[in-house]
Write a protein that binds this ligand. Sequence first.
Ligand SMILES: Cc1cc2nc3c(=O)[nH]c(=O)nc-3n(C[C@H](O)[C@H](O)[C@H](O)COP(=O)(O)O)c2cc1C
Ligand code: SF4
Length: 634
Amino acid sequence: MDLHLSTAEPAAAEREAIDAAFAFHAPAAAGLTADDRPTRSRHAGHAARSRRHLLLPVLHAVHDAVGWLSEGALNHVARTLQVPPAEVYGVATFYAMFAVEPRAPRVVHVCDDVVCGPNGGERIAAELGAALGPEAGAGATDRPDACWVRSPCLGLCERAPAVLHQRAGEPDLSQAPASPSVVLAAATAPADPAGAQAAAADRAFADAAVSAPQTTTGEPLRLLRRVGTVDPGSLDDYRSRGGYAALRRAVDLGPSRVIAELKDSSLTGRGGAAFPTGVKWERVAQSPERPHHLVCNADESEPGTFKDRVLMEGDPFGLVEAMTIAGFVTGATVGHLYVRGEYPLATRRLQDAISAARARGYLGPDVLGEGFAFDIDLRRGAGAYICGEETALLESIEGRRGEPRNKPPFPASVGLFGRPTAINNVETLYNVLEVLNIGGEAFAAVGGGRSTGSKLFCVSGAVAAPGVYEVDFGTTLRRLLDLAGGVRGSLRTVLLGGAAGGFVLPADLDVPLTLEGARDIGATLGSGVVLVFDDRADLTATLRRIAAFFRDESCGQCVPCRVGTVRQEEALARLERDAPIGSRETELALLDDLARVMRDASICGLGQTAPSAVASAIDLGLIAVPTRHQEDGR
Ligand SMILES: Cc1cc2nc3c(=O)[nH]c(=O)nc-3n(C[C@H](O)[C@H](O)[C@H](O)COP(=O)(O)O)c2cc1C
Ligand code: SF4
């Protein structure tokens, strides 16, 4: 195995960061058994296998310390983890938050996605361009200490416009709503290794009323009930508000009766695929293969989605408790919590909650003295939407590029390190607490069919009070918009289900928000995005942005998606410029063809759903596509 990319050696600070991260994480690696096997390299030696999954944390450590990944640093990572340098390079270049060229230590990620872009994001980008020089990577920056880049959705849509400050040697921080002057002041402020600026930014987010306005109205809430009221840093406060009652009940019931409660509840996954949670947990729990793994998918990156962030920031112990229950029931002793890299506050709060729970025996070798072991390993993503796809996420944890696997086999039978793995969305896990607190039957009495319990929706765009809203399944879209203060201006359409979803016209506002109701009008609830457009919105520009998002985020592994997302964006651009190849009809036929091929022949949900919003807008006649014929008045 060639361990040298070049003869480059790491600088002292890089070597120190890599060695420290390896020493910190290596004990966890020792917990892997000789049978744990990264799925794509079954023949590697055990030593290498047990180190490879440290690749992402170690790359984060050196990037956090010095702000980019030099050849010398990559060589040292390769040597330390016994991973071929070419593969280390392949992984490092997969993630948008990692730079492999020298870059200023402070990087402002400016969200220019569908919500933030037209609501101030473009203005911030323009003013940073004037003050700091062109976007990093697009030419020489004017300052050595700070630069900026455009970013896909940062998951702060209720506070648009948003930026993320990624800072070497200092904690990252978010600002939203952001203004050009405030962003510039933070980017050029004196160095702050102690994190005072991040702490101040975190406090600015403390007002849950902004993110989840219902939390101030006193109405009964299930999933959001502690958000805004509990102290997210206090285990005792969490316990005094009903925390850990669900775990006690789970222990009293035992794993098989918890699964029976989940099946009675008809709880389905909230990550988008709506798979029954009880069935998934049962498959893992009953699998004779050992060890079992648990993964929490907190990589929330779909444009317009921010519900998981609000739960994790506002009620972090809730997720720790729910994961502990999942571990107890499925027989997993380690839960891997994979948090989106662009969520610094949620990451800090979860890390603190995990430490507090560990210190008090709520995590560890003998949880609550009940004779079972469970602990949580928090992993940070590094800017790749595709890592939310469950098998891509497993690849990422194993230390590979986040490229989805072919399914079947599904993770419940062949998952992390080739072992049975339960992987669940954040909101799904908070629902498990509710199932245990009120019982499966009572849970199933809310909503109906495959849509039981309550659902979080991320309402943003042209409404008076954007935010996360919790409603029982079956509530109408009209009622949800009323809860969010009503539409600002005249309603044109609602994008339901996110970039991978479809548009809903004003005539359909009385659709019940259920999996079945959405399907009946040709839509999907997806991850709960409700993005509202008034009649001034530029929908063609929105679709172009969505198409660019998918082109950028495609992992490139399969042709229909890699090429189809590029062709889709090009065709939309031509239509927007009124420069079709052939006629407008030919371009629409091309988009239709592309959609069919992407849906039928892509490996994973990204490629399969990348044309959904475009196809829906065309079907509903929502994009203004002028033709020369019309303009000439012929
Ligand atoms: C492109 C893509 C991105 C996804 N992103 C997420 C995500 O950010 N969070 C999530 O929970 N599920 C996401 N999913 C769905 C997961 O693959 C998976 O279905 C889910 O984590 C299972 O958990 P659940 O059963 O609790 O819903 C994504 C799927 C695709 C195809
Ligand atoms: S569909 Fe797209 S994102 Fe999914 S595996 Fe294929 S190329 Fe990658």
